[in-house]
Design a protein around this ligand. Structure first.
Ligand SMILES: O=c1ccn([C@@H]2O[C@H](COP(=O)(O)O)[C@@H](O)[C@H]2O)c(=O)[nH]1
Length: 307
């Protein structure tokens, strides 16, 4: 998986990931109105509107970026219809050649983790039949239950060429309350980083990086620099650029000297570009897809300053 991702990053000269985090207040009115007219103000309408919006966004940016990251919470809140919109979004993005990072942040005991692993990156078995359900290429996991909670996913990474991004240092303001705790002379996030690096060693691809990556927030550049030095072959998925305030200047320490090692996510900053300066005055609401494209091109240019 990781070699596939690196190949796309290099071809496109762009380490940008676009987060597909639709919310009703970010969906242009013409899409919402059409869905409400057909389905009423229902969870079904929300799900249909999300899918139509996502297709527009994906069409506008699929030739510019290597990957998208749908955030499952946005879909799950609407129940079965929402989940279907998530699955259809994954399918549509893959059909357009994008790598899909499912931001699902799962964590549970091994026997339950097996079910998550089978559904998202493996196969579910029904008697002698087996089915692929969610189809993401890689998913996010929370490691705080320990190795036995991660292990069920690793076999699927090998067997089905999938990947993981495991939370190490998250972008939220209070992440330090737990993740920066001192434990025997080091920080908890450093210890977790070392563990993720070690779990990933059996998954290193042709380019020297592992398919077992880490989530390292863009809002914590000092911690990221430390992690970069510990986790030399681990790819970082970096959320926090844009809407959460991180800028390209914060991101230098997330990359290795080869210019690789990190993919930078922006969700609201891209998908809602049409509603914000400077794009709002250049694009109509109906042109949300063009506005997202312009925002991706600007982000690419911004990140290129780093190299
Ligand atoms: O540490 C983390 C882990 C995950 N996220 C997720 O990334 C996006 C960020 O969205 P923006 O609109 O670009 O702020 C969202 O899905 C988060 O759940 C994160 O922000 N930080």
């Amino acid at each position: 998986m990781i070699d596939m991702l690196i190949k796309k990053i290099e071809e496109l000269q762009n380490p940008t990931v676009v987060g597909l985090d639709p919310r009703l207040n970010l969906i242009p009115s013409h899409i919402k109105e059409e869905a409400y007219n057909l389905y009423g103000k229902t969870p079904r309408a929300a799900a249909k509107a999300f899918l139509q919006f996502n297709k527009g966004i994906i069409d506008g940016i699929c030739d510019l970026i290597p990957a998208v990251k749908p955030q499952i919470a946005m879909y799950e809140q609407y129940g079965a219809e929402g989940i279907q919109a998530y699955i259809d979004t994954v399918e549509y993005a893959k059909g357009k050649g994008l790598i899909v990072i499912g931001d699902i942040k799962r964590s549970d005991i091994a026997s339950t983790a097996e079910a998550y692993a089978d559904g998202h990156i493996g196969r579910v078995k029904i008697e002698e039949e087996s089915y692929v359900v969610y189809r993401e290429d890689t998913i996010t996991l929370n490691p705080y239950l320990g190795y036995d909670s991660i292990e069920p996913y690793l076999g699927h990474c090998k067997n089905y060429n999938k990947g993981l991004f495991i939370l190490v240092k998250t972008s939220n303001p209070n992440s330090g309350e737990i993740q920066d705790l001192n434990i025997g002379g080091e920080k908890l996030y450093e210890r977790v980083g070392k563990m993720v690096q070690q779990w990933g060693e059996a998954f290193i691809g042709a380019r020297g990086y592992s398919s077992i990556g880490a989530v390292v927030g863009a809002t914590h550049p000092q911690q990221a620099e430390k992690l970069r030095s510990i986790m030399t072959s681990t790819y970082f998925l970096v959320p926090g650029y844009g809407a959460q305030g991180a800028t390209a200047e914060d991101l230098k320490g997330y990359f290795n000297k080869d210019g690789l090692g990190a993919i930078i996510n922006s969700s609201r900053g891209i998908i809602a570009a049409y509603s914000k300066a400077p794009y709002k005055s250049l694009y109509k609401e109906e042109e949300f897809s063009l506005a997202a494209r312009a925002a991706v091109l600007d982000m690419k240019e911004d990140l290129q300053k780093l190299f």
